[in-house]
Design a protein around this ligand. Structure first.
Ligand code: ASP
Ligand code: MG
Length: 421
């Protein structure tokens, strides 16, 4: 059994969806589960819709809803065969369902509402893809991922209940998947009280890994618009090269530092069952891509560059200029945890403690206000973090020339720099 994942870019318009069908035709007859993300930039639009709903901005709400509907209608009309649009009627019904939800008074916290609304993107896309595949002669069964992936109910960041999930997948889904191609959603899962929970942005790779784990799949392939894992973002480094093989640990490390090509949580479940991961190009099925597995020997001298934007550097000092000591650190981390921030890099000196976190617009000011109750706070917004594995000095200085380095840390083979905008 194989698991494939197609991300937003691979289903961003009708042509792209047709290309997915073209790829799948090569695998007809093999047991296969296909995970699909929301189409194109739908998730971003749904995030804006959530914001409009929660802030009761009626005009915005309507505008964004129309924009999302129009986008999907356009994809559908580009896919339609002579049969007419009735085959896609359930998309209309889904939109009605979403509209009804948006008409109800806002209840519950932001993250709960976010998950109920944003999850529609994956449902729209998988419905469309599944219907189109059938029209294209690829028989398949649409299933709702929420019936299989169980979490603890942490909205926007569901933590998977592995025992239950693996059990349901192997007992209930595997028998179906052995007989029929399955189309399902990435990113969405269920809470213990049967509400929709998402797994964090870009979580569809993770969903693919969860299904692969439960199905004991032979491999997972992530189909992307790049030829595989590169050693840097080619938009930022012209000389970026494709990497043929990586072992799990390197992949985990790169994902941890923010390499966006692989979702950070994806590798762990695959590693634990020794399931290889392939990152392949949906534009060229004959290209080999990158294999992530235990058997991979890697080029240990190849530098990797990982850029992370929208970083905020926060420096704290005590009001009486006393040293920052353990109980302060304990307090700082308790606050960060409470506000849902993860530290990407930290450093302490005698009287200050500095750290870098992702800027979360809805939560940042609240965090700063809370920290200001107990500390003197200095903030640098809009930083970029550059992590380099196996640094090559000449190339690195070229990359940072003209930029102000606000913080720097050098380990034996990993250097991290925080650059001001
Ligand atoms: N659609 C979700 C997102 O854009 C999940 C994913 O694409 O992996 O974050
Ligand atoms: Mg996406």
């Amino acid at each position: 059994m194989k698991v494939f994942k197609f991300g937003g870019a691979s289903v961003k318009n009708a042509e792209a969806v047709k290309n997915v069908a073209h790829i799948l035709k090569h695998f007809v007859g093999e047991p296969l589960l296909v995970v699909v993300s929301a189409m194109g930039k739908t998730t971003n639009a749904l995030e804006r819709l959530t914001e409009a709903y929660v802030t009761k901005d009626e005009k915005q709400k309507q505008d964004i809803l129309i924009e999302i509907k129009r986008f999907h209608d356009e994809v559908i009309s580009g896919l339609l065969s002579g049969k007419g649009s009735h085959t896609y009627d359930d998309i209309d019904n889904l939109f009605i369902e979403l509209e009804c939800l948006l008409e109800t008074p806002v209840e519950g916290n932001y993250d709960y509402n976010y998950d109920q609304i944003v999850s529609f993107g994956e449902v729209f896309s998988t419905r469309i893809v599944s219907t189109y595949l059938k029209e294209a002669g690829i028989s398949n069964r649409w299933i709702d991922a929420r019936n299989f992936i169980q979490t603890d109910g942490t909205y926007r960041e569901g933590r998977v209940d592995w025992n239950t999930t693996a059990d349901i997948i192997s007992k209930k889904l595997k028998p179906i998947a052995l007989k029929q191609l399955i189309v399902t959603q990435g990113f969405i899962a269920q809470s213990p009280d049967k509400q929709t929970v998402t797994l964090g942005r870009e979580g569809s790779d993770y969903s693919a890994a969860i299904f692969a784990y439960g199905l004991d799949a032979e491999s997972v392939s992530i189909w992307k618009d790049v030829s595989g894992v590169m050693n840097a973002d080619p938009k930022r480094l012209q000389k970026a090269v494709k990497v043929d093989g990586l072992n799990y640990n390197t992949a985990i490390e790169l994902a941890y530092y923010g390499a966006t090509v692989i979702h950070p949580k994806t590798i762990q479940p695959l590693k634990s069952k020794n399931i290889p991961l392939y990152v392949r190009s949906f534009l060229n099925i004959n290209e080999k891509g990158t294999e992530v597995s235990t058997s991979q020997k890697e080029d240990t001298s190849l530098p990797f560059y990982i850029f992370k934007d929208q970083q905020t550097l926060i420096s704290l000092s005590t009001r009486d200029f006393s040293f920052i000591i353990e109980n302060h650190l304990k307090e700082i981390f308790t606050i960060l945890n409470e506000y849902g921030f993860r530290v990407n890099l930290m450093q302490n000196s005698a009287i200050s403690f500095s750290f870098v976190v992702n800027d979360k617009p809805q939560k940042m000011q609240a965090l700063i206000d809370r920290l200001s109750e107990d500390f003197q706070v200095a903030v640098v917004h809009n930083c970029q973090m550059l992590t380099v594995r196996n640094p090559e000095k000449a190339q690195l200085s070229e990359l940072i020339s003209g930029k102000t380095v606000a913080m720097e840390q050098r380990g034996s083979n990993v250097w991290q720099l925080v650059l001001e905008a």
